[in-house]
Write a protein that binds this ligand. Structure first.
Ligand SMILES: Cc1cc2nc3c(=O)[nH]c(=O)nc-3n(C[C@H](O)[C@H](O)[C@H](O)COP(=O)(O)OP(=O)(O)OC[C@H]3O[C@@H](n4cnc5c(N)ncnc54)[C@H](O)[C@@H]3O)c2cc1C
Length: 385
């Protein structure tokens, strides 16, 4: 939609061929129905990260924000630079896009799944739904495989691979973690502030802080999901959970953090427990400190063991949940095969791609939509020239 609006004007005729009965269905589900559409802070991207940085140099967060302000959307910035519609409803984002497309006479053709794109003379033939459309330029923005029915099943990548582009293996990212049976038994439903460190055996790989949610299959919550894409390549994935933020021993920051010094956390936790043990009877040590479900697991352990469990609670992982439960796709069409300023294919002139379809993904917090909008806007503008 951002690409179509940016391509309209200049007397160009623009049409969107959408597989679903409506455009923007995924947008409505974003940010728990609130749509976290941009993040005003800088954060790393993954996949072809350098490509994402280049794209955002050509169309940055301020420009995307003004694009929406110019469409009439009022926004509100919250903690961590997260930008939401002021009214708190994702529908407002879709509404301003749809009204603008009506004003700009963008044709929206729904129930029109594109099955094939063919080169034809100077332009293309797009086989969508029952029709074949002749176009001078094509922008492919079919998204990724994340989000179950809101994503595609992978078939859309073939639109570009058939034209000579390369597919980097798609994997679910920003998705809950699966734990070994027994590791989280009895803890399901607990939501606790923690620092999570993803390890390969004992080697720390990445860390994130925030609220972790125990489920009957493993661990969820934004901080757990932030680590999910890194689980794929590990030999022996283990999640170590430090509950210091829950105990007030450190602030709870909702973000990626650098890998913590485990020894310092242990010393701090042990000193805390020893102080508490000096004040309370042994049987009451954990009362008022931990949720009952967790206290039951630690009751009766020596202080040293308790400290170890509270700052490095080990959860061996078996993998991550599937695309159905993921927010974004890691992998996709090789971004380096496109120009970062115009999103035009370096292999097929007149062909463009943008958004999650490309091998770029970002953290939770508005970075994925920001990349989708920015790359779509650049592609639309360039295609209209
Ligand atoms: C539950 C959930 C919550 C999320 N929350 C956030 C958030 O708050 N902030 C954030 O930044 N990101 C969020 N994301 C990620 C974000 O939604 C996506 O990265 C973003 O929507 C990608 O935009 P896109 O335009 O590339 O693809 P999409 O939004 O997926 O749009 C692709 C469109 O192409 C259509 N399509 C697919 N195949 C074909 C075909 N063959 N022919 C025609 N049409 C086709 C699809 O039906 C779809 O309408 C969330 C994702 C999910 C699943």
């Amino acid at each position: 939609m951002a690409a179509a609006l940016s391509a309209s004007g200049n007397g160009k005729k623009v049409a969107i061929a959408e597989a679903s009965p409506r455009v923007g269905r995924k947008l409505l589900a974003t940010g728990n129905g609130r749509c976290n559409l941009i993040n005003m802070q800088d954060a790393p991207y993954y996949g072809e990260a350098g490509f994402a940085t280049e794209v955002l140099k050509h169309c940055g967060k301020e420009e995307v924000l003004s694009f929406f302000h110019n469409l009439g959307l009022v926004t509100r910035e919250e903690d961590g630079g997260r930008v939401y519609p002021g009214c708190g409803q994702a529908a407002a984002v879709l509404d301003v896009l749809r009204r603008a497309m009506e004003r700009c006479r963008v044709d929206i053709i729904c129930d029109a799944r594109t099955e094939k794109i063919e080169k034809s003379g100077d332009g293309f033939r797009v086989f969508a739904g029952e029709q074949v459309y002749a176009c001078s330029k094509v922008i492919v923005t079919c998204g990724g495989m994340a989000g179950g029915k809101l994503g595609h099943d992978g078939a859309a990548y073939a639109l570009l691979t058939r034209l000579g582009h390369t597919l980097k293996k798609p994997m679910p990212a920003l998705v809950p973690l699966l734990a070994e049976k027994g590791a989280v038994k009895g803890l399901s439903g607990l939501r606790l502030p923690a620092v999570l460190t993803l390890c390969d055996g004992d080697r720390p790989v990445a860390a994130a802080a925030g609220e972790a949610l125990f489920t009957d299959y493993g661990v969820s919550g934004i901080c757990a999901m932030q680590l999910s894409a890194q689980v794929h390549g590990l030999q022996k994935a283990v999640l170590k959970m430090d509950f210091s933020p829950m105990l007030g021993l450190m602030p709870c920051r909702y973000e990626r953090v650098s890998v913590q010094d485990g020894k310092a956390a242990y010393e701090r936790m042990l000193a805390f427990l020893k102080k508490r043990a000096g004040l309370l009877p042994k049987e009451d040590l954990l009362c008022g400190l931990l949720p009952r479900l967790l206290a039951e697991k630690l009751q009766g352990l020596p202080l040293e063991k308790m400290a170890e469990k509270l700052c490095a609670f080990r959860v061996p992982l078996t993998g991550v949940r599937g695309f159905e439960y993921a927010q974004v796709t890691r992998g996709g069409i090789a971004a380096a095969e496109f120009d970062a300023a115009t999103l035009q294919s370096k292999k097929v002139p007149g062909l463009y791609a943008a958004g999650e379809m490309l091998n770029v993904d970002g953290d939770c917090g508005g970075y994925n939509l920001l990349f989708a909008f920015a790359s779509g806007m650049l592609a639309g503008r360039a295609a209209a020239k």
